[in-house]
Design a protein around this ligand. Structure first.
Ligand code: NAI
Ligand code: MG
Length: 353
C-alpha cells in the first residue's frame, strides 16, 4: 500500500532531536497515520560543515512533501553570513501565518490560571524580521533624515508591512475564530507611535472585520496587552499581531499554560505547513532525553488538523490531556523524573487503549 502523505522530518540541533524522536514515536506507534518520513538536513551542524544551515537539497526535498515536522535549531548572534534557516524557510515557503495555541490543560500544575484558552496568530514573513538591515548608513545617507547620524556608528533594521501581508494574517485569525467559536479577535499594535506600519495594519483589520460581523473586535497596544495578559488572560480568544510583537507575546502566553514544554506552533501558507515546538535547541539538555516532548507532540496534533486528519488530531490532543491529568509520567519541568521518551510511551499507551 502506498503511504498517503510525505512528511519532511527535520529534527535540527540539540533537543530538536530528542523531542522529534518522541513525536514520531507517538505518530508511528499510537496512530495509523499513513506517512513516509523523509529526513531533512538543517541547523548549526550544517553551517559548520557546509557553510549553509539550510542546504538547497533540504528545500528541494521539502517541495515534494505535504508538510514538515521541525525540531529546533541553534543560532548564534554576530556570525557573518549566517541567517537563521527557520526564518529563511518561512520566507521561501511563504509561511505567513504562525499560529500558537495556548490552552490550560486540566491538572497542569504550571497553569497560571485554569481557564485560559487563547490562540496567537503572528505574521511570520515581514515586519521587523524582513531581514532588510543596514550596518552602516552609506546606502541611506542621501535620504534627508539620516544625515544627522554618524554613518559608521548607526545601524538600521526595516519594519516592512504590505497590505497583502497584513490582510492574509488578519483574515486567518478571523476565520479561525469563526470556525472554532472564539467570540473575540484582539489586534495587537502600537499604531500611536509606529504610525505608518501599524496604522495600516489596523486599517486593513477594519476592512477584514466587516466580513465577520459576529466577532467582537478588540484593539490593544502591545505594552497594555502584556499587562492585560497577566491580569486577565482568560478574557482573550484569538489574538492577531505582527511579526516581532507576536514573537514576544506568544512566549508570554506560552508561559501562562506551562511554558516552552507545552508551546506548539503551526507555520502555514495557503498550501504548505511546517509544524514545530516554539522552544529552541536548549543545548545544555541536548541528547539527554530530559525535556518535555508535549510541545512537539501538540505540534503533531496541529499538523494532523491542517492535513484534515481531524480524528487523529483530536485523539492526540486527548491523549496529551490524559497524560497531564493523570500526572504520573512527567518530565522535570513538571517536577517529574520521567524521560522524554517515557512521556511519549505513556501517550502511545493512552492512544492504544
Ligand atoms: P531554548 O528554548 O532552547 O531553551 C531555554 C530554556 O527553556 C531551556 O534551557 C530549558 O530550561 C527550557 N526548555 C526549552 N524547551 C523545553 C522543553 N521542551 N521542556 C522543558 N524545558 C524546556 O532557548 P534559548 O536557550 O534561548 O536558545 C537556545 C538556542 O536555540 C539558541 O541557539 C537559539 O537561537 C535557538 N532557538 C531556536 C528556535 C527555533 O529553532 N525555532 C527558537 C528559539 C531559540
Ligand atoms: Mg520566539
Amino acid at each position: 500500500m502506498t503511504k498517503k502523505y510525505k512528511i519532511a522530518f527535520m529534527p535540527g540541533d540539540g533537543i530538536g532531536n530528542d523531542v522529534l524522536e518522541a513525536a514520531r514515536m507517538v505518530i508511528e506507534e499510537g496512530t495509523d497515520f499513513q506517512a513516509e518520513f523523509i529526513h531533512g538536513d538543517i541547523g548549526w551542524v550544517f553551517w559548520e560543515k557546509e557553510g549553509d544551515a539550510l542546504p538547497a537539497r533540504t528545500v528541494e526535498m521539502m517541495k515534494e512533501t505535504d508538510a514538515a515536522l521541525f525540531g529546533a535549531i541553534t543560532s548564534k548572534p554576530n556570525v557573518k553570513g549566517y541567517r537563521s534557516p527557520i526564518v529563511r524557510l518561512r520566507q521561501i515557503f511563504n509561511l505567513y501565518s504562525n499560529m500558537r495555541p495556548c490552552k490550560a490543560y486540566e491538572g497542569n500544575p504550571l497553569n497560571y490560571r485554569d481557564d485560559i484558552d487563547l490562540v496567537v496568530f503572528r505574521e511570520n514573513t515581514e515586519g521587523l524580521y524582513s531581514g532588510v538591515e543596514f550596518y552602516d548608513l552609506k546606502e541611506l545617507q542621501n535620504i534627508g533624515v539620516f544625515k544627522k547620524y554618524d554613518i559608521n556608528k548607526t545601524t538600521v533594521s526595516c519594519r516592512i508591512f504590505t497590505e497583502e501581508g497584513c490582510r492574509r494574517i488578519i483574515r486567518r485569525g478571523f476565520e479561525y475564530a469563526q470556525k472554532k467559536g472564539y467570540p473575540t479577535v484582539t489586534l495587537v499594535h502600537k499604531a500611536n507611535v509606529i504610525r505608518a506600519t501599524d496604522g495600516m495594519f489596523l486599517r486593513i483589520a477594519e476592512e477584514v472585520a466587516k466580513d465577520f460581523p459576529k466577532i467582537e473586535v478588540w484593539k490593544q497596544n502591545i505594552d497594555a496587552m502584556c499587562m492585560q495578559l497577566v491580569k486577565n488572560p482568560q478574557k482573550f480568544g484569538v489574538i492577531v499581531t505582527t511579526n516581532m510583537f507576536g514573537d514576544i507575546v506568544s512566549d508570554l502566553t506560552a508561559q501562562l499554560v506551562g511554558g516552552l514544554g507545552f508551546a506548539a506552533s503551526a507555520s502555514t501558507s495557503d498550501s504548505y505547513g511546517l509544524f514545530e515546538p516554539t522552544h529552541g535547541s536548549a543545548p545544555k539538555y541536548a541528547g539527554q532525553y530530559k525535556v518535555n516532548p508535549i510541545a512537539a507532540i501538540l505540534s503533531v496534533k496541529l499538523m494532523f488538523e491542517w492535513l484534515g486528519e481531524n480524528k487523529l488530531a483530536e485523539a492526540v490532543e486527548n491523549a496529551v490531556k490524559r497524560n497531564i491529568k493523570e500526572g504520573k509520567v512527567k518530565t522535570y519541568d513538571l517536577g517529574g523524573t520521567s524521560s522524554t521518551l517515557d512521556v511519549a510511551k505513556d501517550i502511545v499507551r493512552i492512544l492504544n487503549e
